[in-house]
Design a protein around this ligand. Structure first.
Ligand code: NAP
Length: 289
């Protein structure tokens, strides 16, 4: 089975490497050339458009920033849809709007192509180590056919419903993660106002009920002043916007998420959108000044 991979950024590049390691033949495409060259050196074949990727493969994976990007790459000019054959599968692993995901799935279905939405959680570390959690929406039998591919990239892999269901679960995940980042930064900001060493606070909190993957991954970066992105703050804001939109449609109360979105906006306004989500600590430092 030949796999196409489009979108080779912080997540897509290591996920594609894991597919190569597991013996899959890959055809890859990305907007900038550097990650394509890196994968070609490891045995992948390059392609210049979504269309070319589709023409040369059986299953196509996309890992792109936002809904308009996925729409453009799959349905746009020279897009995947122009190169597909009936029976193929498109797997979008990006975090996008559930509604847009269903829209794309319907357009592909009209060409006899199945789609799965399969967003992930676990961050850059999970992508590198092949230990992502993968939440999958779409037909159960298509999910089962693609399971070996998912197993090359993830550990916990769950079929959560029809098209769009994976994205809904991912937005719930993002609400939980974002509020965890806010609570971590708030605890750190409080500790910084005292004589207590922040590192010691984190060490002991990490052994108690307040422990979390967010704290284990991000607190050390905050302590060392490393603001480089594992997950860009700008993309976190995109996810909160999508979660708040979904809540609006459902009339669901997301009180703290709305607040978190605004707190992250302070960091964005300070020009930190391309930094990692841990740069939220800078928003607290700005308020405290
Ligand atoms: P990223 O580092 O910004 O990577 C996005 C990649 O897509 C870049 O390589 C970019 O190319 C490429 N791209 C953008 N538009 C394109 C187009 N029209 N055609 C071809 N390639 C295009 O983002 P990421 O962190 O990997 O995130 C990807 C998705 O996964 C997002 O939906 C994000 O929310 C989700 N996610 C991220 C994490 C995380 O921890 N980072 C965790 C879970 C889920 P360039 O090189 O030209 O920019």
């Amino acid at each position: 089975m030949k796999i196409g991979f489009i979108g080779l950024g912080i997540m897509g590049l290591p996920m594609a490497k894991n597919l190569l390691k597991n013996g899959y033949a890959l055809v890859v495409h990305n907007r900038s050339r550097k990650p394509v060259d890196e994968l070609v050196a490891l045995g992948a074949k390059p392609a210049l458009s979504g269309r070319e990727v589709a023409e040369k493969t059986d299953v196509i994976i996309t890992m792109l920033p936002d809904s308009p990007d996925v729409k453009e790459v799959i349905l746009g000019e020279n897009g995947v849809i122009e190169g597909v054959r009936p029976g193929m599968v498109v797997v979008d692993m990006s975090t996008i709007s559930p509604k847009v995901s269903v829209e794309i799935a319907n357009a592909l279905a009209a060409k006899g192509v199945d789609m799965l939405d399969a967003p992930v959680s676990g961050g850059q570390k999970g992508a590198i180590e092949g230990t992502l959690s993968i939440m999958v929406g779409g037909k159960k039998e298509v999910f089962e056919r693609c399971l070996p591919i998912f197993r090359a990239m993830g550990r916990v892999i769950v079929h959560v419903g029809g098209n769009g269901a994976g994205e809904i679960v991912k937005l719930c995940n993002q609400v939980i993660c974002a509020l965890n980042i806010v609570s971590m930064c708030e605890g750190i900001a409080l500790c910084k106002r005292t004589v207590v060493d922040v590192g010691k606070m984190i060490e002991v909190v990490s052994g108690g009920l307040g422990a979390s993957n967010i704290i284990s991954n991000l607190a050390p970066k905050i302590l060392s002043g490393d603001m480089e992105p594992g997950f860009k703050l700008r993309l976190q804001q995109k996810d909160l916007r999508l979660a708040l939109q979904l809540a609006e449609e459902l009339r669901a109360p997301l009180l703290a998420t709305g607040l978190a979105h605004q707190i992250f906006r302070i960091a964005e306004a300070k020009g930190l959108g391309e930094k990692g989500t841990q740069a939220l600590i800078r928003a607290y430092e700005a308020i405290a000044e």
